[in-house]
Design a protein around this ligand. Sequence first.
Ligand code: F6P
Length: 560
Amino acid sequence: MLGSGDDGRDDYDITATVSWHALAAHYSHVYALHLRELFAMDPDRGSSLVVDAGDLHIDYSKNLVTGETLELLMSLAREAGLEDERDAMFAGRHLNTSEDRAALHIALRLPREAELVVDGQDVVAEVHAVLDAMGDFSDRVRSGEWVGHTGEAITDVVNIGIGGSDLGPAMAYEALRHYRRDGLRCHFVSNIDPVDVLSTLDELDPATTLVVVASKTFTTLETITNAIAARRWLLDGLGVTGDAPEVVAKHFVAVSTNADEVAKFGIDTDNMFGFWGWVGGRYSVDSAIGLSLMIAIGRDGFAEFLAGFRAVDEHFTTAPLERNAPVLLAMIGIWYSNFFGAQSQAVLPYAEDMARFPAYLQQLTMESNGKSVTAVGRPMTTTTGTVYWGEPGTNGQHAFYQLLHQGTWLVPADFIGFARPTDDLDMSDGTSMHDVLMANFFAQTEVLAFGKTADDIAAEGVPAGRVPHKVMPGNRPSTSILAPALTPSVLGQLIALYEHITFVKAMIWGIDPFDQWGVELGKAKAGELVGVITDDEPPADGHDSSTEALVRWYRAQRGR
Ligand code: F6P
């Protein structure tokens, strides 16, 4: 293992390793190889560079790697001590160094009979106690047994949260549209922009609305502000005066680690679903943060969702590195980021129901791996993090794929698709629309990889002046991730796949993927600036000339 110190990572510098230097030398030999050549050299490449993880069938053959590249990447992973770090995470070691705590989201999906004692706590028993409480509660809401102040059953659930307390359940609720209970809708409010809460609540009847206030800390400005607004809306709408805790108790529940703040807000802690400091916000969709999702898809659906995570956890912990999907995809990602200089990664679900998946992955990957220092605080000697972005196919094809096909940036792309549709229609000639969607998926990955040469285009009689414009260079890497259908289990598998890809990259770079100090200063500054913007007499100085001028302009527009 690299470096020295207790966990062997004090002097960690991945760029000083033998494997890193070997990869740099290898890069100078292979960077110009074209996927056309790689496929010509190995006609079986399309069936050999594939890996199955749970129900996920992953083809990584259209990536810019040779057999030797993969061997060197696996050597790098071994030299970085990846297997030890992985096992340490699963055992609950404090890998979140800057906050001195474990990152144990994997415990959220362990089976009831498993055992994991961490810091003296039997975490599996605690996880299942909360899952049982969530299950009982969602059964009551779904069956209509849980009623609001007027005795009516709940028809609408509003999840108020932000970041990890919003993106996961919001994304999964959309993705699992076909598994939701009819007549029960969920809504997600996150932004401090009042439009978000107002436009959501305007459509709802307070008598039949349940609000889930989801916040790990229960101190997040956006969430608490929106929750206060929702409580006012509820009490006004029901014609109730005062704080009316007995009314609030029937319409508000909390998901949090902070019982004191929950009680202070006025939510009965009997109606609080807990989780733990060792669950990071962006790793929490499978904790009580998933309560609104569980209400929508039921406790059995949620159990299937957790089983999906577990299947990929098992694969990640048992498959040899060379056959390990998260390891392969993460190491290929490192190859592009650190050797080819790629800055971004497109994620392109060919499934409208997965529209929010790229946004979900943005928090998971970018809040985790956007770091400039190692886990022990030493400056990084190479780049970290990747900008994740994307839109469902085929919409993206008519927007940004032009840049993917002919632009000057290298943008590796993950294509995600499903064999069985969630919905299908016959076109006028009887062809299934889903088949046409998937034909586009396969066509795009083929064109990205192989393109079309100037000779082929000229041979079609295209005027010479136009040939360079029509050349499709190809050699644009993509990974195809296919699954039989978008089920709760498959969604859990996809999330776990990207959780572990994120983890592997972090361990190679030697950073702490479980903290997010970079979001704090902006929160503090916003708090200061609220006063500057709204006070009758704002303080004369304290900010830079640009910010002061902007604030002056804004105040004038607001008549201050
Ligand atoms: O954006 C910072 C962050 O702390 C995220 O990591 C987290 O998911 C989000 O805010 C919400 O935090 P909380 O669940 O404590 O309200």
